[in-house]
Design a protein around this ligand. Structure first.
Ligand SMILES: [Zn+2]
Length: 346
């Protein structure tokens, strides 16, 4: 009897500790160097915080809009915000000239766009910046010389299950398509910073409230093989959405392909029922990243993992796990960490 009680106790401790540790952010893996055999085919993804990911394969990369500045609550609520350029210089990962062909922006709230004009001008002058009209107006207001780099996608998006336009980068080894999406409420069903930043702004707004979201977009990003077939398909969202808004459209061959990786948005998940479960159930990604989970009112120089984020993820993850196919793997990414993904065998 004593052994049974002891055995149950041990199982309970292992079970509980397993649950607790598995919800911790994944520390990532070392970068794969160009001389290593799997380098050319491996997707190397670095989480940069908020909606920011640097996604590389071989010598080509695509960037989604990062935030490093993380202004605190008082500044966001009542004060002025501006990019912390010293912090960006310290945290933005180095890239080769011309390596990043595009910067994708899902919507124009400050936590996705505040740092982008400085990053684009200083580090990626060859990259085009894709997003909605509000994004374009805010970026040009912040850095007028980026006018030729911004590209408004609102007329070329996938909508109502119909595919939109593919944009090709990097010798046609990377392509992406924007998808009409929406943006869940922030708290108590209230959705703030809606609308559009107007054309011809004289200066970039200093209040966070003026960084209006515009029409939210999700993206599909394909990495293509030498034969132009799809090697690896990523679905990216930097905000929650009400399914089927933001979901991949219906494709016929050769454009149909199981999602390899779904990059989801944890922030305000509790405001949108069935997000991201509906997306995961219907599109069965092989991998899931639960991103944009950390407190972006807190400096990224402080540890991202807090008791609050732990509690929040504990409530979020079980329902997401229920929606996952049995062969799906998932992580909570750590800002700054690198993750590797391999295409499925053809
Ligand atoms: Zn937002």
């Amino acid at each position: 009897m004593r052994d049974i009680v002891l055995g149950c106790l041990i199982l309970l401790i292992i079970g509980c500790s397993g649950v607790a540790t598995s919800y911790q952010p994944d520390p990532g893996v070392p970068v794969l160097a160009p001389h290593e055999p799997a380098y050319e085919e491996t997707i190397q993804l670095r989480y940069l915080g908020a909606g920011g990911y640097l996604i590389r394969r071989g010598k080509h990369a695509i960037l989604t809009a990062p935030l490093y500045t993380n202004p605190g609550w008082p500044r966001v609520g009542l004060g002025w915000i501006a990019p912390d350029t010293a912090l960006i210089d310290r945290l933005h990962p180095p890239t080769s000239p011309g390596e990043v062909g595009a910067i994708l922006v899902g919507h124009a709230h400050y936590d996705h766009l505040l740092d982008v004009p400085y990053i684009a001008r200083k580090y990626h002058p060859e990259a085009k910046i894709y997003g909605n009209r509000s994004m374009a107006n805010l970026v040009v207001a912040a850095e007028p010389r980026l006018e030729d780099q911004v590209k408004v996608l609102e007329e070329e998006v996938a909508r109502g299950g119909q595919p939109g336009k593919w944009f090709y980068l990097a010798d046609s080894t990377i392509r992406f398509m924007a998808i009409e999406s929406d943006h869940g409420p922030h708290f108590l069903g209230i959705h703030v910073m809606k609308g559009e930043a107007e054309d011809g702004l004289k200066a970039v707004p200093r209040s966070a409230w003026a960084w209006k979201e515009g029409k939210p977009l999700a993206y599909l990003i394909d990495f293509l093989g030498p034969d132009k077939a799809i090697d690896f398909r990523i679905h990216f969202q930097d905000a929650t959405s009400h399914y089927p808004l933001g979901a991949p459209p219906d494709f016929a061959p050769p454009d149909s392909h199981r999602l390899d990786l779904a990059i989801t948005c944890v922030d305000t998940w509790f405001q949108v029922p069935d997000y991201p479960e509906a997306l995961i159930r219907n599109h069965r990604p092989r991998y899931v990243i639960l991103g944009h989970w950390e407190n972006f009112f807190r400096s990224p120089t402080k540890p991202a993992w807090t008791r609050f984020s732990s509690l929040r993820l504990r409530r979020f993850i079980p329902s997401v796990l229920d929606a996952m196919p049995p062969d799906t793997d998932w992580i909570v990414p750590l800002p700054g960490a690198l993750y590797r993904y391999r295409p499925a065998p053809r």
